[in-house]
Design a protein around this ligand. Structure first.
Ligand SMILES: Nc1ncnc2c1ncn2[C@@H]1O[C@H](COP(=O)(O)OP(=O)(O)OP(=O)(O)O)[C@@H](O)[C@H]1O
Ligand SMILES: [Mg+2]
Length: 421
């Protein structure tokens, strides 16, 4: 072994240890009076939950007390100021119970009662660093946070950079981690962790479902990525070169067949975060999605690159097995907008002029709230002003934009997935 390889291995071990220590420190710092800060930040008071569910406070209060007495839900936490804290987990249990018991007529409907079919959104662009990961994560959290709709959201990281693992604070040490690629290539790779699970008697479906990580939001799960996922591209290119198709199926169908079709009844919305590349793993995302969101930073070079990417997209879709026929919409969102910079404004105007109604009205501003949030494994939606981690102005600017973007995405999804009866 040459010296440099040895040195890099030592460096690698130190970096690994540093990442683990950092995550542990953040998790420890996050414990506030025995309650995880992020869990606390998303907790609602009785009146907030009543408002969210469209019920009178006294009606909800007696329903909750009754459910606690019957042991159907655990007792509600109380903060130091005696305010009741309904954690999101609690809120979802209550929402489920209200809907299943039918004792109280609910005006607000669950997302799944009003929409049919799985909405799967691919967040993609050939340009690197345009805010894909930030858009995918904020959208996933924003969509999952609505307590009355109780959307079941799955975030799938298709980018071997694996950033979602770092944002979502999942504990990689406790559990075996399988990625979308591990599940896609499962029966093609001998001696893999996947194969050991099969040998131990687990079915593919069981393995897929067990591979989804819990996050800080109860109805948001994550299928993470890992640098080794890059091997999918080598595998796929070889298949393409050999011209041999696995059992008649194209390799780009594996994500849909081996992962998404397996969990499609457990989720309402799937969001794919992708790498800034044009390769078979990204094509698999196009094949498995029915919506594409293209984030583009309001910078001249970014817009030039995204323009070229959009020009090539229809040809790419047509080459895929489904020929892009399942794709209901491709929409562009402007990111990292700097309202005090005329150049940023100029690019935004050009984008709007060219993209027309395929452009989201919401523009995601450049804000250090995004950077601060990422550094503590969160999104801006997971931060409270009272934490004073970022200025109120910056936090408001980012959360207002995310919420407005989430509303727009919901509207566009509703126009395609609303139940007809
Ligand atoms: N609106 C924003 N304001 C400020 N910083 C942002 C914003 N959006 C993203 N960032 C930061 O810019 C960097 C790139 O963003 P992000 O990782 O989302 O881009 P990406 O398109 O996913 O990159 P890649 O192509 O490498 O996957 C990150 O450090 C992120 O925290
Ligand atoms: Mg990314």
């Amino acid at each position: 072994m040459s010296d440099i390889i040895g040195e890099l291995r030592v460096l690698g071990a130190k970096l690994q240890e540093d990442s683990e220590t950092r995550l542990k420190t953040i998790q420890e710092e996050n414990i506030d009076q025995d309650i995880d800060t992020v869990v606390k930040n998303h907790s609602l008071s009785l009146s907030e939950l009543s408002r969210a569910l469209g019920l009178q406070t006294n009606v909800l209060k007696s329903f909750v007390n009754d459910a606690i007495e019957k042991g159907l839900i655990p007792p509600v936490l109380q903060a130091a100021n005696k305010r009741h804290l309904f954690t999101l987990e609690h809120c979802h249990m209550i929402t489920d119970l209200l809907h299943s018991s039918g004792e109280i007529k609910m005006k607000k409907k669950l997302w799944r009662d009003e929409h049919e079919g799985l909405a799967s959104i691919m967040v993609a662009s050939l340009k690197g660093g345009t805010g894909k990961t930030q858009t995918a994560t904020s959208l996933a959290v924003g969509l999952a946070l609505n307590v009355s709709e109780a959307k079941r959201v799955l975030l799938v990281d298709l980018d071997p950079q694996g950033s979602q693992r770092n944002i979502m604070q999942i504990d990689e040490n406790d559990e075996l981690m399988l990625t979308a690629v591990d599940l896609m290539l499962g029966d093609k790779e001998p001696d893999s962790d996947y194969q050991s699970l099969i040998s131990a008697g687990h079915s593919h479906e069981e393995i897929v479902k067990a591979s989804l990580f819990d996050t800080h939001i109860p109805n948001l799960k994550l299928l993470p990525a890992h640098p080794s996922d890059e091997r999918f591209n080598a595998f796929a290119w070889q298949e393409i070169i050999d011209g041999s198709k696995q059992g008649g199926a194209d390799v780009t169908e594996l994500l849909k067949q081996k992962v998404i079709d397996v969990v499609k009844d457990d989720f309402d919305i799937v969001i794919f975060d992708s790498a800034p590349s044009i390769n078979p793993l990204v094509w698999s995302g196009y094949e498995a999605c029915n919506f594409v969101i293209v984030p583009c930073a309001t910078r001249s070079l970014d817009w030039s690159a995204v323009k070229e990417y959009l020009i090539d997209l229809p040809d790419k879709f047509e080459q895929l097995p489904a020929e892009g026929k399942q794709i209901k919409g491709v929409h562009v969102v402007a990111t990292m907008f700097e309202d005090d910079k005329p150049a940023s404004d100029d690019v935004l105007m050009r984008m709007k002029r060219h993209v027309g109604d395929k452009m989201f009205n919401t523009t995601i501003p450049k804000s250090n709230a995004f950077e601060v949030a990422v550094s503590i494994h969160r999104t801006p939606l997971d931060i409270r002003k009272s934490e004073k981690l970022v200025s109120t102005r910056q936090l408001d600017k980012s959360t207002m934009a995310i919420n407005s973007f989430v509303r727009e995405v919901k509207l566009r999804l509703t126009s395609h997935f609303a139940r007809t009866k």
